[in-house]
Design a protein around this ligand. Sequence first.
Ligand SMILES: [Zn+2]
Length: 507
Amino acid sequence: MSAPRLAVALVVVLALAGCSSEAPFSTPSTAQPSTTSGALPTTTPSAGTVTSTPGETSIAGGMPIVGSSSIGDPYFPALGSGGFDVDHYLLDLYIDVDEGWISGTTTITADATSTLLAFSLDLIGLEVSSITVDGLPADFTRSDTDILIEPGLPIPTGERFVVAVTYEGSPEPVLVPWFGLVSGWQNRSGATFVVAEPDAARGWFPGNDHPSDKATFTLRYTVDDPYLAIGNGVLTSTLPGDGVTTYVWEMDDPMTTYLATVVTGNYVRIDREGPGGVPLRDFIPADFEGGADEVPAAFDRVGEMIEVFSDTFGPYPFDVYGHAIVDGYPGALETQTTVIIGSSIVDSPFLGEIVVAHELAHMWFGDSVSPATWQDIWLNEGFATFGEWVWIEHADGPEAMLATVEGTHASMSRTPHPAPGDPGVPELFGDSVYLRGGLTLHALRAEVGDDLFFEALRAYYGRFAGGTAATADFIAVAEEVSNRDLTAFFDAWLYSTELPDLPTIPE
Ligand SMILES: [Zn+2]
């Protein structure tokens, strides 16, 4: 994610004017969820059952349980569910672009990791009309943040099952009070889009809304003509109907829920050849000020960026890449393979190219390697900030990169900030996570030298691509590759509030 500070101040004003302060939002808490977390009204286990604890994956004897309504994230205990692992989502939605209204069915294929008497999905708002499990109607009850689903028969451990949730309504955007950004579903005149980090995917489709449960996606969006519906991955079919068109997108690589998106409106698609057989496709609003017949200057060097990052981090993770430009969003989000980027960012000669580099770096770090918990957010944002510096070093030379890094260190040294390894919810997208996170990688580069540092980066990406990683995983790889005990180094850079001095990279 990228949201320049001035733009954030602007969006706070817009958000306060246009977004209900009563939007459902989980209260940030560092407390561990209890075994009965989530206000589910009917979770009282019947005789002979137990309620699972977050993170629990099995129970002796396969005794049926009510799956937990939390996956156990230390920062967002309401997110995610226990007792199953999602393999695939099929979102089949009609989107009324002008009304900001959706209807359809989300079908989830999942594997039970416990024998399940009942299980939870995250969903906020919207009206659920029916739920089936393996084709049979299932009972369900709702709380503010979850649906508790009770199939007629327990689902045995290890069994694959299919749950289909049919629903409709107007998804509400959510004001993220500690960040000042509006998250989730957003309506504009003749357009909609979704930016759901960290916890707003549950505002438009039911699921296991936590980055530790990644899945493949089929996104089947129907919109009225002449609108286009843009999703993640590859557009595999365009199916004309009666005044409507259905666009089917396939994301064959695992993706976290917050990176799934839909962008609708009057768009022009521009295709370009990318490096290494990675097609580039960008979506420009038909009325884009800079014109919609060619990509904006900020996108000109994306192919070169993919080459530089592939050389530095490892092969580009996905089949395609590109951007969807949206109006009225003063930031960008690394929505997998289809980055959502605000038109004001694209137009900015100061920000455009560097934000483009930042979001592209997220394809490796954040999207392909996803954070195990939200406390690990610096593995997304610190690495993407370091990606900006990799690009500056390539495009403008090592001195320009060093000047940027030194300026960043000087600025952070004047600003009290939390430790990036445990920033807390209010600073989840704060400067410490981005800037000191990036500085941590730069300092590691100085500490172990270029050869071992970049070998460690590639080893970390190679080992966790397509999955999730915690900070301890990155530290373990860095220690393994450098053959060094780096405990003191990472304690100082990630877990102490005092900013260490900036080491110099040896000549
Ligand atoms: Zn970012």
